[in-house]
Every structure is written in structure tokens, then in C-alpha cells.
Design a protein around this ligand. Structure first.
Ligand code: ZN
Length: 402
């Protein structure tokens, strides 16, 4: 049994009361975040969300930095070093959360609504609700005067939903030396947190052929669709259900007219792997298959790769998750832990060997669909869990076993 760092009962009561009194304010903050669309094509909306988060951090005494990257991507890094005589030994916490969503600026799914016990809206679970939980937990820790006992580093990125191309290096650089990482993606429908995630890859394959009249000059043409069909057939069998590897050819586009030999055909491929070895195998097979001209004279381009390494279950993360489960039990919640096929930025920190827990956002369902919703009361429930678990966390090497 882990002997956690003590928390005074009056601190615990004050912290819980603080959260409960502020529930409506958290819902209002979430409404504001959701009402700003922050899709890939909406830099102004993303900046508006960043600004709301930044205000929250500034109120808590964090130093905020806007990190600008190509393509109009601006990420937020908020820091608050530990204070006092124990500062050098203070736990170093990394908080992750993205403020972009999958919904483009012209989506018809725009509004935040309350429906009975649920809050609905684009990004309400993935993951603006989680961002609110993270800041609520920090406020709660502050309410009992303990914020200065930790070294905080919060990274909020603007491009997670497109695989974090401009924030991955930033996250990996800042994660070095952190004691643990908390990621606030939507909690599982069962209430569980996430203990492992598949690695995710994406490939964009293009076959370039040569256009020609379908009748008169057919022999002069190079048919890109026929070439792609041969590639697709080979790619489609690369999955391996026993190893948990899936490969999905998700889209295909090619040709212009029935009577023209098509000069172009494109596909998009999604890959999920549970181990690094499978990621390497798939990547080299995709490149081998696409390396040969599928029809004489055709050229093949491949873009993409395994963007997120798999987060395999590991002892450091399991110990952190066990601690959260222990704390949840103390207030009567059985906290499950699940494996999932969806990737997140937690894959990066977990693959670096940093103790990582994900799915700390509100409990919900339907992310990436128009049915996205969360259970309103779990904003407070998760914030309470996170605040108490962080306050009682001790370094694994100083844990006493009995
Ligand atoms: Zn997400």
C-alpha cells in the first residue's frame, strides 16, 4: 500500500468546498471555450481559446509564453516554479491539453447546450472540458495554499487533432525531467482513465500516371487508378489482428472522366499499432510496396508515417494510475483504467518513459461526432480527483511499502 503524503482534513474539506462553489463558473468558462470554434482552419478561434486559458493561468501567478510555429499555429506554455525552502525537491508536474478541435470553422455543430445532466458542444469533451478540469484542479490546490509546493509546467497546443506536427518537439523538449504527466483528454464513457494508447500513423499515397484519350491514344496513357488498385491490394493485408495492428485505406480519389486515362489517384491510410516493432514493420512495408512502379511508367509519392509512437503499458505509468485509483476510492469512486486505440499527446511522454496518465477530462462520449457530450457533474469530480491525487503524490523512490 502506498503511504501518501498527508493531506490535512480541513484542507481537503476546503478544497472540495472551493470546487463545489465554483461549478457554475467552470461551466461558464467551458461555454466560452466551446463557443469559439477552434478548428484547423480557424486561427482566430484558436487564439481566442488560448487567451481564455492564459487569463486563467495569469490569475494563478503563472508566467505565460506564446510559442509561434509555422502555419499560424500558436501554442501556450505556462510555468510556475515551486517556492519556499523545499522548492528544489518539489514534484515537477507536466500538464498537457490541446485547444484545437476536429470541427472546421464552417461546421454546423457550433453551439454549447445544457441537456439535463449533460453538456453538449463541439470540443466539450475533446478536450475543452479537460482544460477546464485542469485549471479547476490548480485553483483548488491554490485555495489551500499549496500551489507553491509544486513545479508546474502546462503545455497547451493548437494542432493535436492533426497529429501535433508543430508541437511534438516542444512537448518532448519540455517533458524532459518531469516527474509525471497528466493529460486531460475526455474520460472514458465508463469513467475510466487511460493507461495505454495505440500508436497512430497516417499515409498519403499518390500515383502519378499519364492522361490520354481513352480510345484513340489508350496505349500512350498510364493509368493511375489501375496502379493504385495494385498498391491498395497489397496495403490492405498488412494489418495483423493478433498483434492489434490495423491498417485502413480510408479514402480514394482518382480520375476525371470516363473517357480519359486517369493521370492521378490518391489514397489516405490510417494505421494503429500497439508496439514499436509493429510500427517499424508497417512503415517499411508501406515504403517497399510504394517503392515499385505499380504499372509501367507510373510514379508513386508517399507522405506521412507513424506520427505517434505507441504508449505501451509500463511500470511508471501504472504506479501513477494506481495512486489515482487509491485516491478515488477514498471518496467512493471506483476508477477504472483502459487501453484505447486512439492516440494523443500522452503517447509522446509515455514513450519517453515519463509516468503518464490520460483521460482525466470529464466523463463523456461521442468525441469527433455531432453527439459529443460530457456529464456536467464530472468536471468537479475529476478536478477533485486530480487535486487530491497531486497533493498526496510522493516520488516512487520515496514510497514506503507496508
Ligand atoms: Zn483530444
Amino acid at each position: 500500500m502506498i503511504t501518501p503524503r498527508d493531506i490535512a482534513p480541513e484542507h481537503e474539506q476546503r478544497l472540495i468546498a472551493h470546487l463545489e462553489n465554483r461549478e457554475q463558473a467552470y461551466i461558464e468558462k467551458l461555454r466560452k471555450l466551446v463557443d469559439h470554434n477552434s478548428g484547423i482552419d480557424n486561427p482566430e478561434g484558436r487564439l481566442a481559446c488560448l487567451t481564455i486559458l492564459e487569463q486563467g493561468y495569469k490569475l494563478l501567478g503563472f508566467a505565460c509564453e506564446r510559442v509561434e510555429k509555422p502555419g499560424g499555429m500558436v501554442h501556450l506554455v505556462a510555468r510556475r516554479p515551486a517556492l519556499g525552502k523545499n522548492a528544489a525537491n518539489a514534484p515537477k508536474v507536466l500538464i498537457l491539453g490541446h485547444f484545437d478541435t476536429v470541427y472546421d470553422a464552417n461546421t454546423s455543430f457550433l453551439s454549447f447546450t445544457r441537456e439535463g445532466p449533460y453538456l453538449r458542444g463541439p470540443g466539450v469533451g475533446d478536450m475543452k472540458g479537460g482544460l477546464v478540469v485542469a485549471q479547476a484542479a490548480l485553483e483548488a490546490i491554490n485555495s489551500v495554499g499549496q500551489l507553491g509546493e509544486f513545479d508546474w509546467l502546462c503545455v497547451h497546443n493548437a494542432d493535436e487533432e492533426v497529429q501535433s506536427p508543430t508541437s511534438r518537439a516542444l512537448i518532448e523538449e519540455l517533458a524532459v525531467g518531469r516527474d509525471f504527466c497528466l493529460d486531460f483528454e475526455i474520460g472514458r464513457k465508463t469513467g475510466a482513465v487511460v493507461r495505454s494508447r495505440a500508436g497512430v500513423g497516417r499515409y498519403f499515397v499518390t500515383v502519378h500516371g499519364k492522361a490520354a484519350h481513352a480510345g484513340m491514344d489508350h496505349a500512350d496513357g498510364i493509368n493511375a487508378i489501375v496502379g493504385m488498385a495494385r498498391i491498395v491490394e497489397q496495403l490492405a493485408v498488412l494489418g495483423d489482428a493478433k498483434r492489434g495492428t490495423t491498417l485502413n485505406v480510408g479514402t480514394i480519389h482518382g480520375g476525371q472522366k470516363r473517357n480519359i486515362v486517369p493521370d492521378l489517384c490518391k489514397i489516405e491510410v490510417d494505421v494503429r499499432v500497439l508496439t514499436t516493432a509493429e510500427g517499424t514493420r508497417i512503415d517499411s512495408e508501406v515504403r517497399r510496396i510504394c517503392g515499385d512502379a505499380p504499372v509501367k511508367g507510373a510514379r508513386v509519392d508517399v507522405m506521412g508515417g507513424i506520427g505517434r509512437p505507441p504508449w505501451q503499458r509500463n511500470a511508471a505509468s501504472e504506479a501513477l494510475i494506481f495512486h489515482f485509483q487509491h485516491i478515488a476510492r477514498a471518496f467512493g469512486v471506483i476508477l477504472g483504467a483502459e487501453d484505447t486505440g486512439g492516440g494523443s499527446d500522452a503517447n509522446f511522454t509515455a514513450a519517453m518513459g515519463i509516468a503518464t496518465i490520460d483521460g482525466l477530462g470529464p466523463i463523456g462520449e461521442g468525441p469527433h461526432t455531432f453527439e459529443e457530450r460530457i456529464e456536467a457533474h464530472t468536471i468537479i469530480e475529476r478536478a477533485k480527483l486530480v487535486a487530491l491525487a497531486v497533493l498526496t503524490w510522493t516520488r516512487p523512490d520515496s514510497v514506503e511499502w507496508n
